[in-house]
Design a protein around this ligand. Structure first.
Ligand code: WT7
Length: 662
């Protein structure tokens, strides 16, 4: 075994065939793989014809300046026209585009519940576009959006797209500091925000962070547009601040969308790098919208006339861009937009929304699924979830137990689960089952979608055989790929294209930062960031597989595993475990340790198991293993500024640690 491979530890034998009815009417069938295999560019050209182009592209891909690839470089289109106007022109103006649900329960006053049809969305987006123009925003200018999950967030994004302005949406949970760094990096001249939003049962302010950020960047921001959502007090600076209702509501609902080149920038989405300042991932229009639209149609088997789709992500993340603001609107479906958390004002809030709005397709993250699983089956069991026909998962590896629970309890053993692998950088889904074609295998994202070429390779870039692990790479360019890091072309090349450089026979591979394995059938299992891999006595172990083994024990709700320095073995496995509610904790560490030993083998047995009340997570729900390594190695805990809840580390450090011996 070389250092580049990962040990293949776990086995999973459960299989779920596609439901007959779904397979019989599936949007995409197995032929798509053959078609794309024979003619990859022809396949994407056909996918691009899902869009309405002002100038049809003649060229599919320009690779003359690789890795600065250009897709449909001679085509022209308007993204907002594609997401809105064309549906109205096709006679679907009365279809609901957004079923908006605020966090406080509906009082019947329209304050916390709103349905916007495509025709109404067209008027609202046109007004907002005219308002931005009146504030001096021109195509190519940057606009920062810092908002709760309210319709105006999507309207603002679409308004920018409509006039060719470049938006950067900053998640509302980020600090003033983080917001300022992003405004500064992309030189945004307008910020769109709100007084606040409802979160966990109370109004949470946003405007103070904007005020602080605007002061920090010193004069770069010309205007701050403020939506009134909660009615809370705000401090006001007449030089820059304007109310949304003052500047937008008086505008005309007429706005003629102009076509832009397919490589015109659409947005910059910041994502954290391993070092230093966040990377501004740049996405452009034609290729991005092609892949966002096609994958949403294919992976969710979307039927816009009848489906009610709901993605729970925040618009501050890439998932909220591709699978709320762009893909679903380009496809003309009705979707739910929800402001709050899954358990406010009461547990089961999500399931009630699914029941009330008859949601058919539901897309969420493993961290949320495990949190619901921890509360037990009775809560979702109290709601009618029979409208659901497809369930999606994204954001991190979904461990088999969570997958099986999601399918059984939420999906009624009827709705297939699609585990979708992709990244901020890839722009859209890359590896996923097709629900009418692929057998589901709990824990596996299965195979690259038609038109996508991905592989698992060793450190020389050679494809590894089935049954082995290595680095996950994308071997051919794809339409929704990032184009560069905003303002830093060198960092783009260094970060993504330098690990597997071009050779005489092939172009450079895109290295995604993830480790993966191919199982005996050649299906892919994404094992998380390679930085999270441990080395125990010369064996490279994936944290994900040990975490999955722990969560497969009936007492465990969630776990995180790290490698801690060990004098004997180089690194040793240290596990942090959250128990399910009402579980007897007596002697549990020993039982769990034995369980891992029997599930995976002695090599993976944790040296230490710590029972904790919570795990440290970023605001997008990813576990911060770096902080847990600090605890495991008994160091002071490092930088916690990106933690969703800073108090968690004290709880964890104060907890009991148990040495499991031998
Ligand atoms: C990283 C990208 C994709 C949008 C949300 C996150 C991990 C994502 C999966 C999955 C295993 C996954 C990877 C990836 N990841 N989806 N289905 N199975 N891992 O976007 O913040 O850019 O994070 O999330 O490690 O590289 P992101």
């Amino acid at each position: 075994m070389t250092q580049s491979t990962l040990d293949n530890l776990s086995r999973e034998d459960r299989r779920f065939p596609p439901p007959d009815d779904l397979a019989a009417h599936a949007n995409v069938t197995a032929d798509a793989y053959d078609h794309a295999e024979k003619d990859r560019l022809g396949f994407w050209a056909e996918a691009a014809s899902r869009l309405t182009w002002a100038t049809e592209p003649k060229t599919v891909l320009d690779d003359s300046r690789a890795p600065f690839y250009r897709w449909f470089p001679d085509g022209e289109l308007n993204v907002s026209y594609n997401c809105i106007d064309r549906h109205v022109e096709a006679g679907n103006g009365d279809r609901v585009a957004i079923h908006w649900v605020g966090e406080p329960l509906d009082t019947g006053s329209n304050e916390h519940r709103r349905d916007l049809t495509y025709a109404q969305l067209k008027d609202e987006v046109s007004r907002a576009a005219n308002a931005l123009i009146s504030l001096g925003v021109q195509d190519g200018d940057r606009v920062a959006i810092y908002m709760p999950m309210i319709p105006e967030a999507v309207i603002a994004m679409q308004a920018c797209a409509r006039i060719g302005a470049v938006h950067t949406v900053v998640f509302g949970g980020f600090s003033a500091e983080a917001l300022a760094a992003r405004i500064e990096d992309c030189q945004a001249k307008v910020v769109i925000t709100s007084d606040g939003g409802y979160r966990r049962g109370a109004p949470a302010a946003l405007k103070p962070a904007v005020d602080e950020a605007v002061t920090k960047v010193g004069g770069a921001v010309e205007h701050v547009v403020v939506v009134r959502r909660t009615g809370q007090d705000v401090t006001w600076n007449d030089d820059v601040d304007v109310w949304w209702h003052d500047v937008v509501d008086s505008q005309s609902t007429e706005h003629e969308p102009q076509p832009f080149n397919a490589e015109h920038p659409l947005f910059v989405m910041y994502t954290s790098g391993t070092t230093g300042k966040p990377k501004g991932i740049l996405h452009t229009t034609g290729g991005y919208l092609t892949q966002a639209s096609w994958t949403h149609h294919a992976v969710f088997d979307l039927k816009p006339e009848t489906d009610v789709y709901w993605c729970t992500a925040d618009v501050g993340w890439i998932t909220g861009h591709s699978y709320i603001a762009y893909g679903p609107l380009a496809n003309g479906v009705s979707q739910v937009l929800y402001e709050g958390t899954p358990d406010s004002p009461e547990r089961g809030r999500w399931w009630k929304i699914i029941q009330d709005l008859k949601v058919t397709i539901f897309y969420t993250a493993p961290t949320a699924i495990r949190a619901c699983m921890k509360q037990g089956d009775a809560i979702p069991g109290g709601f009618d979830l029979t409208s659901l026909r497809i369930l999606g998962s994204v954001g991190e590896p979904i461990n088999p137990e969570a997958y099986v629970w999601y399918r059984r309890v939420i999906g009624g053993d009827r709705a297939p689960v699609v585990d979708t692998w992709w990244q901020t950088e890839t722009g859209a889904i890359m590896i996923s089952p097709l629900p009418g074609v692929t057998h589901g295998k709990p824990g596996s994202a299965m195979t690259p979608l038609p038109g996508i070429s991905a592989d698992v390779v060793d450190d020389k870039g050679e494809s590894v055989p089935n049954g082995s692990g290595g680095y996950l790479v994308v071997t051919e360019p794809w339409p929704s790929m990032l184009r560069t890091i905003w303002g830093d072309d060198d960092r783009y090349v260094d970060t993504y294209w330098s690990m597997f450089k071009a050779t005489e026979d092939r172009a450079a591979f895109y290295f995604a930062g993830d480790g993966a394995k191919k199982d005996e059938d050649g299906d892919l299992w994404v094992l998380g960031r390679v930085d999270d891999v441990m080395n125990v006595s010369g064996h490279r172990l994936s944290t994900t597989e040990i975490e999955s083994a722990l969560v497969s024990h009936p007492a465990v709700a969630e776990s995180a595993v790290v490698g801690a320095t060990d004098v004997d073995t180089g690194q040793a496995v240290v596990a942090f475990v959250i128990l399910k509610e009402g579980v007897d904790a007596e002697g549990i560490e020993r039982k769990l340790s034995d369980h891992v030993r029997s599930e995976i083998g002695p090599i993976a047995k944790p040296r230490e198991i710590m029972i904790v009340p919570e795990l440290p997570k970023t605001r997008s729900g990813k576990i911060m293993r770096r902080l847990l390594r600090d605890v495991a190695e008994k160091r002071d805990v490092g930088d916690t500024t990106t933690l969703a809840d800073a108090s968690i580390m004290q709880l964890i450090s104060a907890g009991q640690s148990t040495n499991t011996g031998d």
